[in-house]
Design a protein around this ligand. Structure first.
Ligand SMILES: NC(=O)c1ccc[n+]([C@@H]2O[C@H](COP(=O)([O-])OP(=O)(O)OC[C@H]3O[C@@H](n4cnc5c(N)ncnc54)[C@H](OP(=O)(O)O)[C@@H]3O)[C@@H](O)[C@H]2O)c1
Length: 340
C-alpha cells in the first residue's frame, strides 16, 4: 500500500494576517525521486516569518508558493532515498522543503549536511546553528561590522535571530540594546541573555527610551521590524552608523505598500549606510560560522532558547504566533525522530 504523505497546502493567498482558511490539510502518496533528486523524511520544520512572504505574490529572492502546493519551509530532514551519490541515504540535512511528512527535492537544493554535535540537541542545528544563528552571525559581523565600545540596537530582539544578535554584539565588546513587545521578554533579554538594556516598544515612548538606553547614539541598528521603529531609530543613528536590514515583520502582513522611512535623510546627514542581506549570500561560509557559534555555546557566552511544538496540523497556528510575539527564541514544529 502506498505510504501517505501528510501535507499543509496553500489554499489561497492571505490578505493581511493569514487565517485558517488560507491553509488546507491534505494527504498524498509519498513521492518517488527522479535522477539527481532525493526523498526526504522531514523531522523538524523551521517556523519563519519568510514563509508569510512566500505565501504572497510579491517578487522576492524566491518565487511565490503556488496555490495548491505545500507550504515551503526550511527543514531539518533525513535522506530516505537518494539518487545522488554525494548525498547518502540516512544523512541528516538542512533543506528547503515543505510542510509535509516527506518531500522530493533536487539534491542541488539541499542546504548542507547536519553533523550532530554532542551536547547540542538535534533541533538546535536548525536554530542557533542553523538559519537563525547564521543570519545573526553574518548580518551583524559582515554587514554591521561592529567595533568594541559601539552601541548595537536590535529589533525583534527576543526572537530566533534577535536573541542571538545581541549576544554576539556583547561578545564583540559592544553595548547591546533590545526592542521587544513585553516586559517579561525585556527581563529575559537583560537577565538571561546579557543585553545591556531592553525596551518594551509597545508601552514605552520610543524616542525617550532610546535616548535613555542609547546615550551615545546608535552605531548599528540590526532591524528585523521596519516601519515606525526603523524611522525612530534612524534619528539616533551616529555618524558612519550602519542599519542592517534583516527583515520588516511589521510590514509583512500589510495590505498596502508601506511608506518609505521618512527619516532616510538621516543616512545622508550621518554619512551612514543601510544595507540588506540574505543569509544565502554567505552560503559558502556556513561551516566556519557554525564552528564559532558552537564554541561560544560551549564557553557559555551564547545562550539560546528553542520552542519545539508537535504536530504538522498546528504549523499554521504557530506561524501566526510570530506576528503576535507569543514566543521567545526559535519556534520549530517536530514531525519525527531520525532513524538509526
Ligand atoms: N535576511 C535574512 O536572510 C533573514 C533570515 C532569517 C530571518 N530574517 C528576518 O529576521 C526577522 C526575525 O525572524 P525570526 O525567525 O527570528 O522571527 P522571530 O523574531 O522569532 O519572530 C518574530 C518577532 O517579531 C516581533 N514582531 C512581530 N510583529 C511585530 C511588529 N508589528 N512590530 C514589532 N515587532 C513585531 C515579535 O516579537 P515581539 O514580542 O518583540 O513583538 C515576534 O516574536 C524577520 O523579519 C525575518 O524575516 C531575515
Amino acid at each position: 500500500m502506498a505510504r501517505v504523505n501528510r501535507q499543509i497546502l496553500l489554499r489561497k493567498r492571505p490578505v493581511g494576517v493569514p487565517v485558517a482558511e488560507d491553509f488546507e490539510a491534505a494527504e498524498a502518496a509519498v513521492g518517488t525521486p527522479g535522477p539527481g533528486e532525493v526523498l526526504l523524511k522531514n523531522l523538524y520544520l523551521s517556523i519563519d516569518p519568510a514563509i508569510r512572504g512566500w505565501m504572497s505574490n510579491a517578487r522576492s529572492y524566491l518565487p511565490p508558493i503556488e496555490i495548491g502546493a505545500p507550504i515551503r519551509s526550511g527543514t531539518l530532514s533525513q535522506i530516505e532515498v537518494s539518487n545522488d551519490d554525494a548525498w547518502p541515504e540516512g544523512q541528516l540535512v538542512q533543506a528547503l522543503a515543505a510542510w509535509e511528512s516527506y518531500s522530493v527535492v533536487p539534491s542541488s537544493s539541499l542546504h548542507g549536511r547536519v553533523r550532530p554535535i554532542e551536547g547540542i540537541p538535534l533541533p538546535s542545528m536548525l536554530s542557533v546553528l542553523g538559519g537563525n544563528g547564521l543570519t545573526a552571525y553574518f548580518g551583524l559581523l559582515e554587514v554591521g561590522r561592529p567595533e568594541a565600545g559601539q552601541t548595537v540596537l536590535v529589533s525583534a530582539a527576543a526572537g530566533g535571530v534577535g536573541s542571538i544578535v545581541g549576544q554576539i554584539a556583547r561578545i564583540h565588546g559592544c553595548r547591546a540594546v533590545g526592542l521587544t513587545g513585553s516586559d517579561d521578554k525585556c527581563a529575559w533579554l537583560v537577565n538571561e541573555l546579557g543585553y545591556d538594556a531592553a525596551i518594551n516598544y509597545k508601552s514605552a515612548d520610543l524616542r525617550n527610551a532610546l535616548k535613555e538606553s542609547c546615550p551615545d547614539g546608535i552605531d548599528i541598528f540590526f532591524d528585523s521590524v521596519g516601519g515606525e521603529i526603523l524611522d525612530v531609530a534612524l534619528t539616533r543613528l551616529n555618524r558612519h552608523g550602519r542599519v542592517v536590514l534583516c527583515g520588516a515583520i511589521s510590514q509583512i502582513n500589510a495590505t498596502e505598500r508601506p511608506p518609505g522611512p521618512s527619516n532616510y535623510l538621516q543616512l545622508l546627514a550621518k554619512s551612514a549606510r543601510m544595507e540588506g542581506f540574505t543569509t544565502l549570500d554567505f552560503a559558502g561560509r556556513y561551516d566556519q560560522a557554525r564552528e564559532q557559534l558552537a564554541r561560544w555555546i560551549f564557553s557559555g557566552e551564547l545562550r539560546y532558547r528553542d520552542e519545539i511544538v508537535e504536530g504538522l496540523e498546528q504549523a499554521p497556528l504557530h506561524l501566526l504566533r510570530l506576528f503576535s510575539g507569543e514566543h521567545r527564541g526559535k519556534l520549530m514544529v517536530k514531525l519525527a525522530d531520525p532513524e538509526g
